[in-house]
Design a protein around this ligand. Sequence first.
Ligand code: 4AD
Ligand code: MG
Length: 480
Amino acid sequence: MKRTEIKSLLSIEESNENILVKGWVRTKRESKNVAFIALNDGSTINNIQIVADVNTFDETLLKKINTGACISAQGNWIASAGGKQAFELHAEKINVLGEADPDEYPLQPKRHSLEFLRELAHLRPRTNTFSAIMRVRHTLAYGIHKYFNDKGFVYMNTPIITGSDAEGAGEMFKVTTLPENNPPKNERGEVDYTQDFFGKATNLTVSGQLQAELGAMALSKVYTFGPTFRAENSNTTRHLAEFWMVEPEVAFNDINDNQDLAEDFLKQVIKYTLDTCKDDLAFLNKRAFEEEKNKPQNERNELSLLERLEFVISNEFERITYTEAIDILRNSKPNKKKKFNYLVSDWGIDLQSEHERFLVEKHFKKPVIIVDYPASIKAFYMKLNDDKKTVRGMDILFPGIGEIVGGSEREENLEKLKEGMKKVGIPEEELSWYLDTRKYGTAPHSGFGLGFERLVLFVTGMSNIRDIIPFPRTPQNAEF
Ligand code: 4AD
Ligand code: MG
């Protein structure tokens, strides 16, 4: 007999005599004559109720049906007398596929702390919260591919191992097969990477952008969606050492087109997920609401998770320049009252997350796109404005998250790009392939990078990035 997934079973609202389900036991309640088993198979947040007549089943079998055990059950799908569910499965046959010793199984049918569950990353998808997050994460990823596909973008896989250290986005992880003890040395006494696997020093990529630019200069519209790695020692609720980045790159787009694309993209992907993951988001909405109660009054969100998501898709993002942002911050209450850890005085400083969150959460109360940053705090490839001081970079800031997107119009002029590289000490030889696009048929172009986990964080209403990726990689932590 074919197994029916719980998601489709729940949509069957008529009696059916021959239903087979398989899944993991969430809870079991026993009364004198019947056992009630809540079963989940991950196809939906919702469980089904299985009713088993204790007199027809072997006692040893019933004993094995514990939280965490995997079972199959066959029986009749019929209207339920209990008020909680419309239908339930009256079991005729039950098999225990995998036992879970109740004295050892660590997930009890009660609320566990997120910290505790992080230690159990291999089992936490069996909780409501994490299975909901995983389905929402999947839907966001699918929605992203769908968005770009519908718009005629080409999905481009950029390399994970890279020979250039040019992005300047952060510390990199080395990739080498040289022996740890006593690696070969050159005349200068340094490790001789010409003898390494690739004949040169290599790292894990921090971004697929530079290669995506090469693609855009032929295909016009490309995007990457892959893992990126940063070895910075940032132990925050927003940073991972291994995270996924979505990077569209578009020929002929200027910085305004770039903002339009990013805003439309974020709204459409969030809308798609709202429409697709109703049950999971309703659950996460309730969860976030409960969580809010533990926060001090002044830190609580005025809007619920679902209201925040609706708000983002139905309101225009605020667009301001860096200079305007600095003016607002300089004259802000927390700055005047010296409440910021980093006080804002001079033009040219890098914005800290406390500043970004003030702009988004307190001042504008909506997503904000900041453009025209000082050249000195942004990457070498960003297009210089006519003022020679600022570049056409943009960051998108989201409530509760801070920076979610970073991007720019790219410097397409060969000489200016070379100048920029010289300033930050990047040798031309290292990026000769990148410079070639400016040499041969260069074109204005723009792109951005979305931190996928930060989007998942926003959409699920969770507060720690370690809780929305299956197996987080952070400083001192590469378990599982
Ligand atoms: O702002 P970033 O560093 O931009 C780039 O890497 C560009 N090459 C993108 C481009 O123009 N194609 O990173 C982009 C986004 C950030 O806005 C943030 O959302 C996310 O990636 N991000 C991280 N997410 C999790 N953990 C980290 N350590 C992150 N660092 C950046
Ligand atoms: Mg950035």
